[in-house]
Design a protein around this ligand. Structure first.
Ligand code: ADP
Ligand code: MG
Length: 224
């Protein structure tokens, strides 16, 4: 569907080209549209290929606070531009997880950009971390495994209850220029990191995504 729309536009204009070629305005529009639509298809296909054929993540010790901070840095400008203020509170005492920094950054960026995009008239982007313990589902009986929970909260438009179950579906978007790939890619990345995802949202009030990562154990920390 995403690729089909630009293709239909290209086809329609190409069919009109022979009879309208003498019209300079048409030619201008045509050349603009071709460039624009081809770039769009190209980026969709690139993202799809990246999505379908993920490179093996390299899991090493990373400081989640640093990766989060770097990701925030990348959206700071865009947030300020629409009157979104950033409130960060990194409370977790430990923040070392086993992860792939580039992939994590990509996932965080997708959440952060969505949050900013949900607040076109300004608001607050809250990014916090906290430490929790929970029984490890992969090794029950081994006692609680410490986790770090990253919350990305916005005071934006919120997600309609009907849409909630679809937000992680590839190509699901409610934006006129959205691709619907951000959260599906982020979801895949979080799975690679054994991260849990929780979403709560209220239309007109805002949305919070909570992502919980297992902290790296002492052993893992020492051996890395
Ligand atoms: P895109 O941003 O291209 O639309 P995503 O996969 O990133 O695709 O998000 C899918 C959809 O989930 C969005 O179109 C939007 O409807 C919804 N969504 C995601 N994050 C938020 C948010 N923070 N606030 C409101 N809606 C959101
Ligand atoms: Mg997005």
């Amino acid at each position: 569907h995403e690729i089909k729309n630009p293709l239909v536009a290209l086809k329609t204009f190409t069919q009109l080209l022979p009879e309208r070629y003498g019209d300079p305005e048409f030619r201008d529009t045509f050349f603009n549209l071709v460039g624009h639509e081809i770039t769009r298809i190209d980026s969709i296909v690139n993202r799809l290929l990246g999505f379908a054929r993920p490179v093996a993540p390299s899991m090493v010790r990373v400081s989640l606070h640093r990766v989060l901070g770097d990701s925030l840095q990348l959206v700071k400008q865009q947030a300020a531009g629409v009157g979104v203020s950033v409130e960060r509170r990194f409370d977790a005492a430990s923040d070392v997880i086993l992860g792939d920094e580039d992939l994590l950054k990509q996932a965080f960026l997708n959440f952060l950009l969505n949050a900013v995009e949900a607040m076109p008239d300004g608001g607050v982007l809250g990014v916090t971390t906290a430490q929790t313990s929970a029984e490890a589902p992969d090794a029950p009986g081994n006692g609680p495994r410490e986790r770090i929970v990253v919350s990305i909260a916005d005071t934006g438009k919120g997600i309609r209850p009907d849409d909630m179950q679809h937000v992680f579906d590839p190509f699901f978007t409610t934006k006129s220029t959205g691709t619907g790939l951000g959260l599906s890619v982020a979801h895949g990345i979080l799975q690679e990191h054994q991260a849990g995802i929780d979403v709560s949202s209220e239309v007109g009030l805002g949305t919070t995504f909570s992502l919980s990562f297992p902290l790296a154990g002492e052993q893992e920390e020492r051996s890395a």
